[in-house]
Ligand binder design. Structure first.
Ligand code: BEZ
Ligand code: FE
Length: 300
């Protein structure tokens, strides 16, 4: 018997690798590799990739791993900036039309943010322009949801999360709120700023080489969960931000943009612990019943 059935050549490469993988007994892995290997080989063939270019790609991935730690996840940043995170999010969160869309989680969520009474302020150092955020958590038909939990986090007025900035108190600009029977929520914070994603590593270099900026438009993060509903990871973006149409991680959706307005309503100010005139942002959040999940993908 011959030692080799076929030489490994440009023509035979893909079939030989796929053949070698045939012993795999894990159906999903088999399916993934049957798609991944031909696509990977197609990239190499189509680009006539040089050995130096492949080594540069390996050096880039190595650097991406080396800068990652339990405080920094450069591979997620790579996925975010290549639009993969938002694509996976879109595929996994197909929603009914009237439901609030999801967007990326990002690397700055922290478990264990303090649970606060409704109306509490998440600004522990009081720095920045005061902002009232108010709305209701509703279902897809507009019925208020009682006991919905809102986990909220955002940057300071300088565009830093507390975990990036030793000058901020621990858990600054983070809080957890729980709706009552009317689904209503409100909390006090400060106007967040647009900010660059971490860009001192290989992903930052990649963006610079591509002529892309690293900025995200100003936003407030929400994870909203309630029993019987799909949990929602989303943001509210501030209208008028110059980076809304060029978010470095492609997270912006039209339905998530809200105006920050100024109110002179002294009664509302008094009821909400604000001083008139004050800035406010109104936003309802609509969750989808677990059973209401859309199962089919995009139509051909
Ligand atoms: C964020 O919004 O916190 C974020 C999302 C993706 C990458 C970097 C930051
Ligand atoms: Fe963010």
């Amino acid at each position: 018997m011959r030692a080799l059935d076929r030489d490994f050549t440009e023509e035979t490469a893909t079939d030989i690798v796929l053949g070698r993988n045939e012993a795999c007994s894990l159906p999903r892995l088999t399916q993934i590799m049957a798609v991944l290997v031909p696509h990977l080989h197609a990239v190499v063939r189509e680009l006539d990739l040089t050995s130096a270019e492949w080594m540069a790609a390996i050096a880039f991935l190595t650097a991406t791993g080396q800068i990652s730690s339990d405080r920094r996840q450069e591979f997620i940043l790579l996925s975010d900036t290549l639009g993969v995170s938002m694509l996976v999010d879109a595929i996994n969160n197909r929603k009914l039309d009237d439901v609030t869309p999801s967007t990326v989680l990002g690397p700055f969520h922290v478990d264990g943010a303090p649970e606060m009474d409704m109306g509490g302020t998440i600004s522990l150092d009081g720095r920045g322009e005061p902002l009232l955020v108010e709305g209701r958590v509703l279902d897809e038909r507009g019925v208020p949801i009682e006991g919905a939990v809102l986990d909220i986090w955002q940057t300071s007025e300088d565009g830093f999360y507390d975990t990036q900035d030793p000058s901020q108190p621990d858990m600054n600009l983070r809080g957890v709120f729980r709706t009552g029977a009317d689904g209503h929520f409100w909390f006090r914070t400060i106007v967040p700023a647009s900010y660059p994603i971490p860009n001192d590593g290989p992903v930052g270099k990649m963006l610079a080489a591509l002529g892309r900026h690293p900025m995200r438009p100003a936003h407030i993060h929400f994870i909203v969960s309630a029993q019987g509903y799909d949990a929602l990871t989303t943001h509210v973006f501030l209208a008028g931000d110059p980076y809304l149409s060029s978010d470095a991680v492609f997270g912006v959706k039209e339905a998530l943009i809200r105006d920050v307005l100024t109110s002179t309503d002294a009664e509302r100010a008094a009821a909400r612990g604000m001083q008139a005139p004050f800035k406010y942002l109104d936003t309802d959040i609509r969750l989808q019943h677990e059973a209401a999940t859309l199962s089919q993908g995009p139509q051909e």
